[in-house]
Write a protein that binds this ligand. Structure first.
Ligand SMILES: C[S@@+](CC[C@H](N)C(=O)[O-])C[C@H]1O[C@@H](n2cnc3c(N)ncnc32)[C@H](O)[C@@H]1O
Length: 208
């Protein structure tokens, strides 16, 4: 069921029978494949990501909030190795075992990876949950800061990130403020603005 204030899905939609419904939704599969394709195009765009040669595409890509594997499946078209991570076992159990993925069950607010491990990270429709459980402005702020710091920690030099999400205005402002105050370059890209197909992408690159 959608959150009545923000009209976004609630986290409950990724557990139990709802996870099963997600896994079998043809509309969702199509939409998430298409969105992931747009994110991959951005990763290859030299105007958005500076100084990233082909070697980056030989490395593993991390898919944060991989769910039932729609986004990870699309990534396998362009990357040799895909690491999928999600905190819902109910979602991940629907991933087709034929996909050659490395799967980890964990929370994207506490990434279980060593420093500078990844050169590329992608996330499709999962970072809007980063402030889940926050009760006030300070908590929202602190959860977003912590998540972005952790992301920066696991990214190698020149590492690139594309996050597609649907933040509230407050969350978006905090993401952009934190981005400026950290060692990231990047910003927000909006595809098909003001249409039913509008998608928001946060583009980040580790400067150091
Ligand atoms: C809309 S689904 C997207 C799944 C997949 N990326 C796709 O394209 O179909 C959002 C996913 O984010 C996961 N998620 C939400 N918050 C999370 C968190 N804090 N840590 C890890 N996964 C999270 C949910 O369990 C769910 O599988």
């Amino acid at each position: 069921m959608a959150d009545h204030k923000t009209n976004r899905p609630t986290i409950d939609e990724y557990f139990g029978m709802d996870a099963e419904e997600y896994a079998h939704s043809k509309w969702m599969a199509r939409n998430q494949h298409e969105t992931t394709g747009q994110a991959v195009e951005m990763l290859h765009n030299p105007d958005l990501f500076d100084g990233r040669g082909d070697e980056f595409y030989e490395d593993s890509i991390l898919d944060l909030g991989c769910g039932t594997g729609f986004s990870s499946h699309e990534l396998l078209e362009s990357f040799h190795r895909v690491v999928g991570m999600d905190f819902s076992r109910d979602m991940m159990q629907h991933i087709d075992p034929e996909f050659q993925l490395n799967l980890i069950q964990a929370d994207l607010r506490a990434l279980p990876f060593r420093n500078k491990l990844f050169s590329t990270v992608i996330s499709i429709s999962a970072y809007n949950f980063v402030a889940e459980g926050a009760k006030n402005h300070n908590q929202i702020n602190s959860q977003i800061r912590t998540a972005l710091d952790d992301l920066s920690r696991i990214l190698c030099s020149r590492g690139g990130v594309v996050i597609e999400f649907y933040p509230t205005k407050l969350e978006q402002d905090i993401f952009l403020k934190v981005l400026k105050s950290r060692d990231f370059s990047g910003g927000m890209m909006i595809n098909d603005p003001n249409t039913r197909k509008e998608k928001k992408f946060l583009i980040l690159q580790n400067k150091s």
